[in-house]
Design a protein. Sequence first.
Length: 476
Amino acid sequence: MEAFEVEGLWWPESRESEREAGKLIFDPENGATLTLSGFEGIWPNLDKAKQIFGITYDAIKFTLHDCLKLSTGTVKYSNDAPAMQKEIKYHAEVIYKKAHIAEEPTFESVTLSYDYLDEWVGISGFKSLPTFSLKAGEYIKIEYEILDDILLTSTKLFDVYIQFRHTTPGLNTTVQKEKRIAQQIVLKLVSKKGQHPFKDFREIIEGFMHFLCISIKKPVTPIFVTGLSKNYESEHPYASLVNKGTFKDKIGIHMYYPVLSASTSVKPAQFIDFNFRYKDIKSNTDKICNWFNIYEDLKPVYNLYFSSIYKSDIYYEHIFLSTVQAVELFHRLRRTSTIISKSSFREMKKDILNSIDNPEHKSWLDERFIFSNEPRLKERIEDITNELEPIFIIQNKKHFITKIVETRHYLTHYDKDQKKKASHSIDEMQWLIEQTRMMLEITFLKECGFPNDLLTGIVNNSRIYQRTLKQAEDYL
């Protein structure tokens, strides 16, 4: 999403008489900030507002949703200004551009694009034709085939399509200097029934963003998000010429909200930069639906995992701990979480506590039982690596697991006796992180139902994964 600034008049919903001049600034990482100056009336007492409406000086409508006052004060805008000016600032959770929306908006479809989506899909309507050794009187031909939408997957609420957009060459009335056709690949989410609030679409937008992130191991963010709704329409400019009646166009509502690690300079990706692309999974795209089905249950795991990818400029110790914690939490949520049955554990605990007479000793021991029936980190990692052995094998797995456990224990408890056993070099810790990430990523895909032979092919053909497995030789 691109940053922007606009100036105009702003007012709380249903209070247009309270219009005040102000500037809206949107920054993809920090979100939206509205600054009003010289305000009067209701504004000093308005700490929050469900909607603030605005219209720019070039007549573009804005709706700021879920607004919260940040500050109130006075400021002098320049040394030449005659006096201090009152100023108030609000933060908005979401910006809706091109309409005034009095309640939570609903949409029948949302179209968006992501960083690297074109490269991940890897399909083009352009037909390659040789253009070398051309002579006078010969032609340079450019052919572009209009491509059909591809149904990527279906969720409970939406059909998710890959859509191919293109520009049409214009005609110059004087002399033609260029002809340009450009293709853009977008994702289109279409409601199966009725309209849905944007928050429902946003869950799918975020979920697929993280799916793409696994495929390329880089932060992925939306480039634009636009919704269509029967609630927001405008009369077509040529309506009076069609059957002397009216027909309306749906207004494309542009949405802006803060995203992690938003970048204005994403470098183009090469095919070898991906762990997998659309062509690798196109016969199993129904499994992407499972990704969305388990996304909410595993969201705490994904938050731990993706936080260190989207914020890579943090200390390796933090990245390591959050990645290992993601492994531990995944196993706790999706695998056997007890060593023995809960009923057997309750009986054993009861017998042990009944054998102790001292109440203080009994209370102390009772607290130590709280997590004592759960597998330890070592056992959790062993379970996951054993599941992955049909797909890939970690060399000297025992040493790898021991190194993770000892490093995690040292960084968590800072036990001096553990220090010598833990990993300290940046290179070795980076390898532990990448190997653990690989283990998690393949586990995520396996959990969605992608078959072992497909995952084996992904591992064998991924330059990133092969490099990670090769690095094991340096540290084992």
